[in-house]
Design a protein around this ligand. Structure first.
Ligand code: HEC
Length: 202
């Protein structure tokens, strides 16, 4: 009996130690890191788009965490500088991701800022990237005989549009693309020093 109590209390201590090291300490370190000055809060459209991103499982194939130059060639791939905790100040929940079946998207708004390209690529990735294995998202769009005045028609190579019809973006597609275009962590990490006060540059 004595050794069982020792075993259980040992296990409890190990569990408490690892929970503090892996959950409690990191939380205390980064839970209230303020946003960097260059980071804009998401607009309501972008937040709706973020929900579409989550609902469609984009995070299962795309990370949002470029790594440091010393660890990986992410910068050379054009994915941007390594992110810091303050880059995620408005991300709840964060969408770091663990899989990279597709490219990292933390700076897709800088790399591919064209709304037309993003809409067309979501409707049919293979229309823009031959051989792409990314799924298409046709239900974010509508096929119509003609578009209403306020609707956005997706520009596609002729062979991807059924004859006599146009592909129109649904609001979900517009929101999702607004979110993708907002993904921009290209501002500098170190805040510019204040113009006056002790230690200010002259
Ligand atoms: C099954 C894995 C998979 C899923 C799920 C997926 N993608 Fe992709 N994605 C890819 C691959 C692979 C590529 C690279 C080929 C290409 O550009 O089509 C890619 C490319 C992209 C690109 C272009 C990146 C660049 O650097 O040019 C964007 C933007 C993108 N995906 C957005 C999304 C969004 C938004 C979703 C969710 C609606 C999504 N993806 C879901 C695999 C995936």
């Amino acid at each position: 009996m004595k050794s069982e109590i020792r075993l259980i209390s040992g296990a409890m201590v190990m569990l408490a130690l690892s929970t503090s090291a892996l959950v409690v300490l990191p939380y205390l370190q980064v839970h209230d890191v303020p946003a960097l000055p260059g980071l804009k809060p998401y607009s309501s459209t972008e937040l709706r788009g973020r929900e579409v991103y989550i609902a469609n499982g984009c995070v299962y194939c795309h990370s949002q965490q470029p790594r440091a130059k010393a660890f990986a060639p992410d910068f050379a791939r054009g994915w941007g500088r390594a992110t810091v905790a303050a880059d995620y100040a408005y991300d709840r929940p964060h969408l770091l991701g663990t899989m990279r079946t597709g490219p990292d998207l933390m700076n897709i708004g800088v790399r591919q800022p064209s709304q037309a390209w993003q809409l067309g690529h979501l409707y049919q990735p293979r229309a823009f990237v031959p051989g792409s294995i990314m799924p298409s998202y046709p239900y974010l769009f509508e096929l119509k005989a003609r578009a209403e005045k306020n609707e956005v028609v997706v520009n596609l190579p002729a062979e991807f549009v059924p004859a006599g019809q146009v592909v129109v973006a649904r609001p979900e597609a517009m929101d999702l693309v607004a979110y993708l275009l907002s993904l921009d962590r290209s501002y500098p990490v170190i805040a510019a020093p204040a113009a006056s006060g002790p230690g200010a540059p002259r």
